[in-house]
Ligand binder design. Structure first.
Ligand code: HPA
Ligand code: ZN
Length: 347
């Protein structure tokens, strides 16, 4: 048994080994899980002309080679989400997929301003999503919500959204920041993030790949805002002082290699592995799986194939995610033990 395990740990993992391992998803946008079939179904139900009638036509519109061009496809598609039931169905469809990939713990981003800005009430969005969160235990998943502000909207709009969210504080685990980073640094949102922290929310921010001011934005997020995690953030390898800082504080970086390969034509695997080797808590996730056609196991597998990772490295990436999850130490231990048990028993 021990001999078998040693061989297994030093070899490249199979997709089956990765897929069946208990996993945590910490970087996933619920709006990015809108698969073409559900998009068409909701468009029909809500009488919305999206200009496409077949799955092939929807997929043909998925042409992006940068964060900006991706977001230009991503936001208009959300128009099919109109009623509470639509948000519920979207989240439940994702959770069913997550179960297939043995996700047992999920912290899910949502973008209320992408909906309130087109006349959908905050209440409709949160009630739909939260009903799915409450139901996720029926699929063996513990899930929760992270509310993100759209950084290309104003700081005032973020502050208003924060006020709208306060009555639902018990339904929101953390606050994040996403959308187009260019010209929208963390400091633009310092005030609202201070309020969020004071109100007891966990906080995180996207620091997307290869941005104009990547290092300065990472510095601001870490030092000025005081985030608990960074989403993406792999450009940090360019600044050893910042690497030492996240290492010392145990701050995790939620990386999404397949998403990276769409927006910058590189999984950033070299950087991810360098950080892993330095002992930084990097983790692997799927970002917008309906658009990048890659759920969390696929991201781990793609990275392990391209960069010849050993099973041991993949297990470390999976364990890091439980380690940096916003849950109790007791829960973390249960999840980490379940990974060990899975590995021990894998034939
Ligand atoms: N970066 C910024 N905003 C986003 C992303 C991302 O990777 N995915 C969905 N919204
Ligand atoms: Zn993201």
């Amino acid at each position: 048994m021990i001999k078998g395990m040693i061989i297994l740990l030093s070899e490249q993992p199979t997709l089956e080994f990765i897929k069946n391992m208990p996993k945590a998803e910490l970087h996933l946008h619920l709006e990015g899980t809108l698969e073409p079939d559900l998009k068409l179904k909701l468009a029909k139900r809500n009488h919305i002309d999206i200009g496409q009638n077949t799955i092939e036509e929807v997929k043909a519109a998925y042409e992006f080679d940068s964060l900006t061009s991706f977001l230009n496809v991503y936001y208009p598609a959300m128009n099919v989400l109109q009623k509470e039931e639509d948000f519920y169905e979207l989240a439940m469809a994702y959770l069913a997929k997550a179960k297939e990939h043995h996700v047992v713990y999920a912290e899910l981003f949502f973008d209320p301003q992408a909906h309130t800005s087109r006349g959908i009430s905050f209440e409709t969005v949160i009630n739909g999503y939260y009903r799915a969160i409450e139901n996720s235990h029926t699929l063996g998943i513990h899930s929760s919500l992270i509310m993100c502000f759209l950084r290309d909207m104003s700081a005032e709009s973020a502050a208003e959204t924060f006020e709208q969210a306060l009555p639902y504080q018990d339904k929101i685990l953390g606050i994040g920041l996403d959308s187009d980073e260019r010209g929208n640094p963390p400091e633009k949102f310092a005030e609202v993030f201070k309020k969020a922290e004071d109100a007891g929310f966990n906080i995180t921010m996207h620091c997307d790949i290869d941005q104009e001011q990547s290092i300065e934005n990472i510095r601001q997020a870490l030092m000025d805002i005081g985030v608990d995690r960074l989403d993406h953030g792999t450009n940090i390898v360019e600044d050893q002082k910042l690497v030492d800082y996240v290492k010392e504080k145990g701050i995790g970086l939620t990386c999404c290699p397949v998403s990276n390969s769409f927006v910058v034509d590189d999984m950033k695997g070299k950087e991810i592995i360098e950080l892993l080797d330095q002992g930084v808590k990097v983790t692997i996730h799927s970002d917008d799986p309906a658009y990048f056609q890659s759920y969390v196991s696929d991201d781990l597998f793609a990275l392990s194939q391209k960069y010849e990772l050993t099973s041991s490295q993949v297990i470390q990436l999976v364990k890091n995610a439980f380690d940096i999850a916003w849950t109790t130490d007791d829960n973390k231990k249960l999840y980490l033990d379940s990974v060990d048990k899975y590995v021990e028993n894998f034939q």
